[in-house]
Design a protein around this ligand. Structure first.
Ligand code: SF4
Length: 177
């Protein structure tokens, strides 16, 4: 929003300077009113909608890239270190079960493992986001930091295959959504 305001302010000053050069009367009040409109998130020169739209899209795109990067890190840890120790999975499950962020159904899907989904992490309702799976992934994180990523207990070839399959499922589930 700060970038928007600075750009908007710059455009308004340029616009008012041009008006002055052309000796078109423009009240100081107009300049202040225009700046106030900028502050409220609208460009009075009517370029704001495109600007805000592209900025919003860019922000959403960056957030999506970060999510993908974070998710791939989790699968990479699963592939190289294996799943979280059983004791950790149990602790995580207990914490999730007592958390208001837990939902039994998300995007009309249920967790085949019976725990549910986290409605706060933004991972959606893919097969890998079902808590019965997510809680076993050593590198997974809780958006409220109620539990932390850990080192995997032991890597076996099947975990590497599982991670590759997980990425494929996530892509397929994402396309379906
Ligand atoms: S992952 Fe964290 S925020 Fe989400 S349900 Fe579990 S404890 Fe709650």
């Amino acid at each position: 929003m700060n970038d928007f305001f600075n750009d908007c302010k710059k455009q308004i000053f340029e616009y008012h300077a041009k008006l002055q050069k052309r000796r078109i009367p423009r009240q100081t009040g107009d300049l202040i009113a225009d700046l106030k409109t900028c502050q409220q998130g609208t460009n009075p020169l009517n370029q704001s909608k495109i600007y805000l739209y592209s900025n919003k899209k860019l922000k959403q795109f960056r957030q999506l890239l970060n999510k993908i990067k974070q998710y791939l890190k989790v699968e990479a840890r699963h592939a190289t270190q294996g799943p979280a120790p059983k004791r950790v999975v149990k602790e995580r499950t207990e914490l999730c079960e007592g958390c208001p962020g837990l939902v039994k159904e998300l995007e009309e899907k249920t967790d085949p493992g019976g725990i549910g989904f986290c409605s706060l992490c933004g991972c959606g309702a893919s097969r890998r986001a079902a808590l019965s799976v997510k809680l076993t992934l050593a590198g997974a994180t809780c958006p409220l930091s109620k539990w932390q990523p850990v080192r995997g207990e032991e890597n076996k070839w099947k975990h590497t295959k599982d991670a590759v399959k997980g990425v494929l499922y996530s892509i397929i589930d994402r396309i379906k959504i």
